[in-house]
Design a protein around this ligand. Structure first.
Ligand code: FA5
Length: 334
């Protein structure tokens, strides 16, 4: 008898203790099944009741019945308290509060500029291609008439990729010019393409230099292409992007893959000019490197910095603003 009594007492205290800790309606339902369900602990006790041989069965039965009633009451109370606390959370929600704005992304100013420049060249009859950011030394330098001992390699402070089992040396392209070679190897003239893409250079940054930036390479190859064609194309581009009144200038510059070479700058204010691109007539050696006869074909190429164009267009003084992830800055271009 005492055994059974103490069993019921323990059952009661365990049931109450565990019920107190429950938080969800699902947990409470599991508790109900465990203690008050058809196959629950109390039902099992009642089933074994008939086997108990004891003269005080009446008393034990009363205790068990009371326990059942009391656990049912605990159960109902618990359900009520959970439901009313849910109600409280709903009640304190203030529907008149202003909503939280859903911040959506937008196209980065560099890419906006890139698209605009591509559209401008597209309207001048250029096709658009893309190429790999990891390049081989052969395409980035050798085929562009920059042999390994050539001092011009110093211009492009190169970030090299550690090779595993590759035979060729790999690097992060320091300019988009390797695409000149890839295009000429793949397509016969007439060629009129622009190639936008990201470039990397191991160099100190300042207001106009980043260690990663974007260029657009341009290449035109056909019979009878001359320097005047290049100048007029690039002036027209400057007018399309910066407006009819734009002043641009060409000055001599050296790039091993063009001859003659030039740099084109745009007047930003009074006496201030910003260099936008390198350009020139495709070097005969480069044409030979892709099996084009320089006696038949000629062409011009240019490589312009997209961030530099965006700086002039949007009046930005520091190139590093583009990639500092400053929302105040970026939001202006939404
Ligand atoms: C070149 O990269 C040549 N490949 C361009 C070229 C192509 C010449 C075809 C002739 C024929 P340069 O290093 O000057 O040249 O870079 C070209 C343009 O990229 C610059 O005028 C500038 O607008 C941009 N640029 C270069 N370095 C950086 C840098 N660190 N940060 C931002 N823009 C840069």
């Amino acid at each position: 008898m005492d055994n059974h009594k103490s069993y019921l007492k323990t059952l009661e205290s365990n049931a109450i203790k565990s019920l107190e800790t429950l938080q969800t309606l699902e947990e409470i339902e599991n508790w109900r099944i465990e203690y008050l369900g058809r196959k629950g602990k109390l039902s099992q006790f009642f089933q074994s009741f008939k086997d108990i041989k004891n003269e005080n069965k009446n008393e034990l039965g009363t205790i068990a019945n009371d326990l059942k009633i009391s656990l049912e009451q605990y159960y109902k109370k618990k359900i009520n308290s959970i439901q009313s606390s849910k109600l409280k959370i709903n009640e304190i929600f203030d529907y008149s509060l202003p909503g939280k704005p859903n911040i959506s992304g937008s196209i980065h100013p560099t890419i906006q500029m890139m698209n605009e420049i591509c559209n401008a060249f597209s309207s001048l009859g250029f096709n658009i291609y893309e190429g790999p950011e990891i390049e081989s030394e052969e395409y980035a330098f050798d085929k562009l008439n920059i042999p390994s001992n050539h001092p011009a390699r110093d211009i492009w402070d190169t970030i090299w990729v550690e090779n595993t089992q590759e035979l060729e040396s790999l690097l992060l392209r320091p300019h988009t010019s390797p695409m000149q070679i890839r295009i000429m190897e793949k397509y016969p003239p007439p060629i009129r393409v622009v190639v936008p893409g990201k470039c990397y250079r191991y160099e100190a940054t300042d207001n106009t230099h980043e260690w990663h930036f974007h260029q657009i390479e341009g290449l035109v190859v056909d019979t009878n292409i001359n320097f005047a064609n290049m100048k007029s194309t690039l002036f027209e581009f400057a007018r399309l992007i910066f407006g009819e009144q734009t002043k641009a200038r060409f000055r001599c510059d050296f790039f091993p893959f063009v001859e003659p070479g030039a740099e084109m700058s745009v007047n930003i204010k009074d006496d201030e000019w910003l260099e936008l691109m390198g350009a020139g007539m495709v070097h005969p050696k480069v044409l030979q490197n892709v099996n084009l006869d320089p006696e038949i074909y000629s062409g011009f190429a240019f490589g312009l910095g997209i961030e530099r164009v965006a700086m002039i267009r949007f009046g930005i003084n520091n190139i590093r603003d583009f990639y500092s992830n400053d929302f105040q800055f970026l939001r202006q271009f939404n």
